[in-house]
Design a protein around this ligand. Sequence first.
Ligand SMILES: [Zn+2]
Length: 135
Amino acid sequence: MDYDKQLDRALAETPDVAEAGSRFDVPIPDVRVEGNRTVWENFETTYDRLARKPNHIVRYLQSELGTSAQIDDKGRARFTGDFRQERMTDAVESYTETYVFCHECESPDTRLVDRQGATVLKCDACGAISPVPEP
Ligand SMILES: [Zn+2]
């Protein structure tokens, strides 16, 4: 296969970017209401993609949504109450803004680290360290 063909193929396989400036796609929450609970089916994909601990994300979502939640044995997050997909999408996007994107250069190549007992966001791209609130 020559270079041009490979390039064409690579371009064809690149999904369209939904929003300008969004280089990092957060998986759309696949949510399902089950009785008085909302089950986030692909939660595992989400925390994998964000490279964050599931419990950290869940703690944030609980305070953001004002409800209680738990992670079940299949890696799904289960919330008390009826939440729509848009509400979950907003919540996970705001989590990402605070705990994933570097506050200086907006790179998603970051880690949460403990620093003198407080959690900070450390950027592997530019080296910035930003304080973040406890979820
Ligand atoms: Zn940075």
